[in-house]
Design a protein around this ligand. Structure first.
Ligand code: GGG
Length: 326
C-alpha cells in the first residue's frame, strides 16, 4: 500500500528541516509517494496568496502531511492547513532526551492543545486606527472532542490521568465552559483529571515538571506553554507535533522559521524528524517509528549535533547520521 504524503516546507528553516525528515522516511522500507507543495511568505510575495488552493486540497486529500514552518503568514497558512485535515487536537510532547543539556532533564510532558478555536479562531477586528478587538470562541462540542481524545490518549498510553490548564477564574465564560466540559467528560469516562490555573502552571512546571504528565489546554495556552516546556528540555529544536483529525493528520515541528539562521544549513532537524516518527506511528508503522525515534535519540547522545545543542554540525551531517542509524 502506498501512502501519499503531502510535503509543505513553508519558509525559513522549514525548507531545510522538511527535506531532512523526507530523507529519513525515504530510508525506510515503506512505500511513500511524496508530493511537494508551496505555502508561506515567499509564495505570497510571488502570487499574492500564502496558501494556494492546490496546497490546501493536497493536505485535505493526502494520507498525511509533513509541514515545515510558517513566518509572517502563519495565520494564513498553518491554521487553514490544520482545518484542511479537520485537526481538533495538537499533540506536543516535550521530553528531555538523554545527553542533552536541559534545564530540567526530568521533563516528560505531553500537551494536548485545542486546535480549532480560542483566540486563534480568527475573530479579530480593527475598529479604528487605535482600537482592535478579538473574540475568543469556546464551544462545548470542540471541548468535548478534545476531552474524548484526551481520555483515549490516557487510556491507550496507560497513563494516570491528565491536568486541565485554564484561566477560568478570569475568563469565566470561555475557560469556564472549557474546564467544565473537559472535567465532565473525564468524569463520565472514569479518567482522573485535575486542574491548574495556566499562569500557576507556568511557574510550577519550571520548578518541578514531574508534577505534570498530560496537559489538556485551550489553543493559545497550548502554543505558549509548550514553547515554555521547550526551554526546559533544551530548546525548540527538539519539540515535534501532530495535528490530528478524524481521518487525516498533519505533522510539524513546534519551532517557526528561525530567520536568524535560515539558509545557513545549520538548523536542527530533530523536531521535524521526530514529527515524522509520529507520522509513522499514525500510519501504523510502529516498528519504523520506534527505529527513527531511537536513531534520533542515539544521535542526540553521540552526535553529530547542530549549534543550538552546542555542536558544529550541519543539518545535512545530522540527517545523514540519523539515516545511517535507521
Ligand atoms: N511549524 C511551526 C510553525 O510554523 N509555527 C509558526 C506559528 O506561529 N505557529 C502558531 C501555531 O502553532 O499555532
Amino acid at each position: 500500500m502506498t501512502h501519499e504524503i503531502a510535503v509543505i516546507p513553508g519558509d525559513g528553516i522549514g525548507r531545510e528541516v522538511t527535506p531532512a525528515a523526507v530523507a529519513v522516511l525515504e530510508a525506510l522500507d515503506i512505500d511513500f509517494e511524496f508530493v511537494e507543495a508551496d505555502a508561506g511568505d515567499a509564495v505570497k510575495e510571488e502570487t499574492g496568496e500564502a496558501l494556494p488552493q492546490e496546497t490546501y486540497e493536497l493536505a485535505a486529500s493526502a494520507d498525511a502531511t509533513l509541514f515545515g514552518a510558517a513566518g509572517e503568514t502563519a495565520a494564513d497558512v498553518i491554521l487553514p492547513l490544520r482545518s484542511a485535515v479537520d485537526s481538533f487536537v495538537n499533540i506536543r510532547p516535550a521530553t528531555a532526551y538523554p545527553g542533552i543539556d536541559a534545564v530540567r532533564p526530568e521533563t516528560d510532558l505531553v500537551f494536548l492543545r485545542e486546535n480549532t478555536e480560542g483566540v486563534y479562531a480568527g475573530l479579530e477586528d480593527r475598529l479604528t486606527e487605535d482600537v482592535a478587538t478579538l473574540t475568543r470562541l469556546t464551544t462545548r462540542s470542540a471541548s468535548r472532542r478534545l476531552a474524548e481524545f484526551a481520555c483515549d490518549y490516557v487510556e491507550d498510553s496507560d497513563r494516570d490521568g491528565f491536568t486541565i490548564a485554564h484561566k477560568a477564574n478570569v475568563m469565566r465564560e470561555t475557560d469556564g465552559l472549557f474546564r467544565d466540559t473537559v472535567a465532565e467528560v473525564a468524569d463520565d469516562r472514569g479518567v482522573k483529571a485535575d486542574e491548574v490555573l495556566m499562569d500557576a502552571f507556568a511557574t510550577r512546571v519550571c520548578l518541578d515538571p514531574t508534577q505534570f504528565d498530560v496537559v489538556v489546554c485551550p489553543n493559545l495556552a497550548g502554543d505558549v506553554l509548550s514553547d515554555l516546556a521547550a526551554g526546559l528540555v533544551g530548546g525548540l529544536g527538539l519539540l515535534p507535533s501532530a495535528n490530528v483529525g478524524p481521518d487525516r493528520a498533519l505533522f510539524e515541528p513546534v519551532h517557526g522559521t528561525a530567520p536568524d539562521i535560515a539558509g545557513e544549513g545549520v538548523a536542527n532537524p530533530a523536531a521535524t524528524i521526530i514529527s515524522a516518527a509520529m507520522l509513522l506511528e499514525y500510519l501504523g508503522h510502529h516498528d519504523e517509528a520506534a527505529a527513527v525515534t531511537e536513531a534520533v535519540e542515539t544521535t542526540l547522545v553521540e552526535g553529530p549535533r547542530t549549534p543550538d545543542l552546542g555542536g558544529d554540525a550541519s543539518t545535512e551531517d545530522v540527517t545523514n547520521a540519523i539515516v545511517d542509524r535507521v
